[in-house]
Design a protein around this ligand. Structure first.
Ligand code: FAD
Ligand code: SF4
Length: 539
C-alpha cells in the first residue's frame, strides 16, 4: 500500500503528526495520504500514562479543543508534595516544575481515542491491530516504509490455518511514534547510528492502578506526589495520586531503572507504598478497576538522538522528549510530532523519494520544547548521586541557575547499573493483603491482557543459556522481579535442580522494561501478533 506518510504508533505523538499533516494539506488545498498503524486492538488500548496534561500543544493543534469536546474534564485544583518516612509524612514546598495550575487530569487513553476520531474525520487511515514489525529500506538505504506482522504463525514458526501475511506500507516519509523504547526505533538507532552524539537513554518503570474511591476521601482535581519511603535514598522513585472525575483516583509509582539492587521489585514497592498510613485511607473501602505498567524516558535533553534520517524521523517518546522534573511528556510528544509534520509537509512538495528532512531538528530548536528540555537537563542526573544530593542540586538549579548552568551532567545505560546479587541485601516484601495490595496475577487480570498463545514468543532471548549462566548465577534472575506482569519465572525440577527460564509471554503488558534492564541485553522485545497485549480502558 502506498502513502505519502506512514506513522507508526497511535499515541499522542503519532496522532498529532497525522492531524497536523491533514490540517496543512487542507489549508494548502493539497491531497496527502496519511496512514497510522497501531499495535493495540484499538486506539488507546496500549496507552498508559499518569496523567496530568499541560494543554499547550493541544491548544496549538486545536485552538477550539474545548468546543470540539476533548476529554479534559478535570482541572488541576491543588498540588501536594510529600516526603514519606516509614510511618509519617512531611509536607514539602511543591517545586515550580510540579505546579499544575492551568493543567488537567486526564486519561491519556481517552485523549488518544478522541484524537483518533479527529484524525479519521480528516481522512487519516488509522489501522489498529497492526503492529509494524519490520522497517523496509530502498536500494539507496533510505527508509521505504514498514511491514506489519504476519498473522497466524504457530509457536513452531510454521503458518497455521487462517495465515495472513503482513502488509507492506510504503511512504515518502515514515514517522516513528512508537513511544518509549520503540522496537523498530531501536533498530533505526543502530542502522543510522543515531545515538552517536548523545548520552545513553535512561528510563523509569511506571506502574499504575485506577481506583473508584469513596466520595468522602475524593477531592476532584487534587494532585499528590510523594518521594521517600519505600525507596531507599540511593534509588530514584516516587508516587503520584491524581483525583479524576467520578470518584476515581489514578495511583502510580515510578522507579528509576538505574537501580542497583537486583533484589528490588518495582511491583512490590508499589504495592507496599499503598499501605503507608498516610496513603492507605484513600483506598479503604475502595475498588481497584484497572492495572498496568509502562516504561518512560528519563534521559532528557542530553539523550536526544539524531532525529532525522533518509526517509524518516523520530517523534515523541520514541526520541525521548519527556520532561523528567515535570514527569510530563504528552505536551512535548505532541509538539515534536507537530513540528515534524510541518517539516515533512514542506518536504513533500519536492519530488524526491526518501530524502532526509533535516529541517525538522532545526525547526524543533526554535520551539519552546527545546528550551524547556534544555533547562530541565541537569535535574534527573543529579539524583544519580542519591536523593539528598538530587534535592539539593534541584533547588540550586531551579532557583539560582534557572537551568542555565554552564555544565551538563551525563548518564550511564541502566542495564549496566545492577550489582551482583550476592553484594546486595535481599528485600523482604510483605505478602499482599488482597484489599489494598495485590499479587501480580490478579493485577495482570485487571489489565485485560491477551495474546494468541500459539504464536512465536515475542520476548526473544539472543542466547537462551545466558538466562541461567549469567542472569540467575550473578543477579538472581532479576527479570522475575522487574517484570510487572510475572512473565519470567525460574522453574526447577522437584529436587530443585535443573533451573530454566519459563517465559509466560501471554501476560506481557508491553512495558518494555525487560528490553531495557536485562543486564546483558539478552532480551529482545519484538511485536507480537496484532491486537495482542493489554486492553486498557482509560489509562
Ligand atoms: C506511569 C507514567 C506516568 C506518566 N505521567 C505523565 C503525566 O502525568 N503527564 C504527561 O504529560 N506525561 C506523562 N507520562 C509520559 C507520557 O505518557 C508520554 O510522554 C507520552 O505518552 C508519549 O507519547 P508517544 O505518542 O510518544 O508514545 P506512547 O504514548 O507510548 O504511544 C505510542 C503508541 O505506539 C504504539 N506502538 C508502539 N510500537 C508500535 C509498533 N511497532 N507498531 C504499531 N504500534 C506501535 C503503542 O501501542 C502506543 O499506542 C507518563 C508516563 C508513564 C509511563
Ligand atoms: S515481559 Fe517485558 S515488556 Fe512484557 S510486561 Fe514483562 S517486563 Fe514488560
Amino acid at each position: 500500500m502506498e502513502f505519502d506518510v506512514v506513522i507508526v504508533g497511535a499515541g499522542p505523538a503519532g496522532l498529532s503528526a497525522a492531524i497536523r499533516l491533514k490540517q496543512l494539506a487542507g489549508q494548502a488545498g493539497r491531497e496527502i495520504e496519511v496512514c497510522v498503524v497501531e499495535k493495540g486492538s484499538e486506539v488507546g488500548a496500549h496507552i498508559l500514562s499518569g496523567a496530568v496534561i499541560e494543554p499547550r500543544a493541544l491548544a496549538e493543534l486545536f485552538p477550539d479543543w474545548q468546543a470540539r469536546g476533548a476529554p479534559l474534564n478535570t482541572a488541576a485544583r491543588a498540588d501536594r508534595f510529600l516526603f514519606l518516612t516509614a510511618t509519617g509524612a512531611v509536607k514539602l514546598p511543591t517545586p515550580p516544575q510540579m505546579h499544575n495550575e492551568g493543567n488537567y487530569i486526564i486519561s491519556l487513553g481517552n485523549l488518544c481515542r478522541w484524537l483518533g476520531e479527529q484524525a479519521e474525520k480528516m481522512g487519516v487511515n488509522v489501522f489498529p491491530g497492526f503492529p509494524a514489525a519490520e522497517v523496509l529500506y530502498r536500494d539507496d538505504g533510505s527508509v521505504k516504509g514498514v511491514a506489519t506482522r504476519d498473522m497466524g504463525i504457530g509457536r513452531n514458526g510454521e503458518p497455521k490455518a487462517g495465515f495472513e501475511p503482513g502488509v507492506e506500507l510504503h511512504a515518502r516519509q515514515t514517522l516513528f511514534a512508537e513511544g518509549c523504547r520503540g522496537s523498530l526505533t531501536k533498530t533505526l538507532f543502530e542502522r543510522f547510528d543515531l545515538c552517536r552524539d548523545a548520552d545513553p537513554q535512561t528510563f523509569g518503570i511506571g506502574l499504575k492502578e485506577l481506583w473508584e474511591v469513596s466520595p468522602q476521601v475524593h477531592e476532584e482535581g487534587l494532585i499528590v506526589h510523594t518521594i521517600g519511603w519505600p525507596m531507599p535514598a540511593d534509588t530514584y522513585g516516587g508516587s503520584f495520586l491524581y483525583h479524576l472525575e467520578g470518584n476515581q483516583v489514578a495511583v502510580g509509582f515510578v522507579v528509576g531503572l538505574d537501580y542497583s539492587n537486583p533484589h528490588l521489585s518495582p511491583y512490590e514497592e508499589f504495592q507496599r507504598f499503598k499501605t503507608h498510613p498516610r496513603i492507605r485511607p484513600t483506598f479503604e473501602g475502595a475498588r481497584r478497576v484497572a492495572y498496568g505498567s509502562r516504561a518512560l524516558n528519563e534521559g532528557g535533553f542530553q539523550s536526544i538522538p539524531k532525529l532525522s534520517f533518509p526517509g524518516g524521523m523520530l517523534v515523541g517518546c520514541a526520541a525521548g522528549f519527556l520532561n523528567v522534573p515535570k514527569i510530563k511528556g504528552i505536551h512535548t510528544a505532541m509538539k515534536s510530532a507537530m513540528t515534524a509534520a510541518e517539516a515533512v509537509f514542506d518536504a513533500l512538495a519536492a519530488p524526491e523519494q526518501g530524502q532526509e528532512v533535516t529541517d525538522y531538528p532545526e525547526r524543533l530548536k526554535q520551539t519552546w520544547l527545546w528550551d524547556e528540555l534544555y533547562r530541565a537537563r541537569n535535574i534527573r542526573p543529579a539524583f544519580h548521586k542519591g536523593l539528598w544530593t538530587g534535592i539539593a542540586y534541584s533547588g540550586l538549579d531551579t532557583y539560582l541557575l534557572r537551568g542555565k548552568a554552564p555544565w551538563t551532567f551525563h548518564h550511564k545505560p541502566d542495564h549496566t547499573q545492577l550489582k551482583k546479587a550476592s553484594d546486595c541485601p535481599r528485600i523482604d516484601y510483605p505478602r499482599p493483603d488482597g484489599v489494598i495490595s495485590f499479587d501480580r496475577n490478579s493485577s495482570v487480570y485487571l489489565s485485560a491482557t491477551n495474546h494468541e498463545e500459539d504464536q512465536p514468543i515475542h520476548l526473544v532471548l539472543r542466547d537462551p543459556a545466558v538466562a541461567i549462566k549469567v542472569n540467575l548465577a550473578d543477579y538472581d534472575a532479576p527479570e522475575q522481579r522487574y517484570c510487572p506482569a510475572g512473565v519470567y519465572e525460574i522453574v526447577r525440577a522437584e529436587d530443585g535442580s535443573d533451573p530454566r527460564l519459563q517465559i509466560n509471554a501471554q501476560n506481557c503488558v508491553h512495558c518494555k522494561t525487560c528490553d531495557i534492564k536485562d543486564p546483558t541485553q539478552n532480551i529482545n522485545w519484538v511485536t507480537p501478533e496484532g491486537g495482542g497485549g493489554p486492553n486498557y480502558p482509560n489509562m
